[in-house]
Write a protein that binds this ligand. Sequence first.
Ligand code: IPD
Length: 289
Amino acid sequence: MAVDLQGVHDFLIEIAHKAGDMIINAKPVAAGSGTKKNSADLVSETDQAVEKMVSTSLKEKYPDFDFMGEETYKEGDKITDSPTFIVDPIDGTTNFFHGHPYLCVSLGLAVEQKPVVGVIYNPFTKSLYTGIKGKGSFLTDPFHEKVRLPLREVEPMHDLSTCVVAVEWGAEREGNDYDVKTNTFRKLCLTKEQGGAMVHGIRSLGSAELNLCSVAAGTLDVYWESGCYAWDVCAGWVILEEAGGKMVGCHQDDWEPRVEQRRYMAVRAGEGQKGIIEEMWKCVQGKIE
Ligand code: IPD
């Protein structure tokens, strides 16, 4: 099926603004839900209302496309090769509950399981990140009238120790993956003499998609997380790669990430990408299952 990516992109921007208005005008109220893992895995009534609005609008306009959204996902749901909208109504729900303005609505389209359109909107900062496969990615905000990403001059990356690395804790707080994450964070901070990378800084801001946008912009060098879902990365993935960034899979020899694999490393544009990825793998402590 030939898809008019530009048409999808334009429609997703309209929806992102509607979603942004809903988010900004809402009071966070916890939704009664039995499906969340623990008390750190938050969901609000606004997440659900925004997803309903988005899915209804998309189904009306694109009845033949599939849809996957964070709030209606059921264990075992699979992304097919058909055009599929992959949506996180609020990426950064914890920030939403706490009034921290680092969150977004994330609207992606994957075709044959490859992300091809991404629209990400933070209604608090009015930052709109957009990308279409093969056509570049852009930021529009109160300071920039649709500028191409990356925002900064692309400087080479010689050493991980000169990088700012974003990581996320996620809602999982036990088990092997949690141990891998915490040991990795520690190693990133240790000095080289202690066997670490001693990066310039670690950031944990609470939105996977905005992290990917910042790596695309070049204001973060690396983002690594174990535990994201497709809706946390689909839109940002296009934006990142169209800005010259690189998305890598979950294992050291897996350079072909797949939309459903739940583990990603993203590195900004610039000479030295491969070396940074190799150094990052030395910091990943333990086996990611
Ligand atoms: C979460 C955020 C968080 C990341 C989690 C995501 P949500 O998304 O992106 O930063 O660590 O992996 O699930 O729950 O706010 O939509």
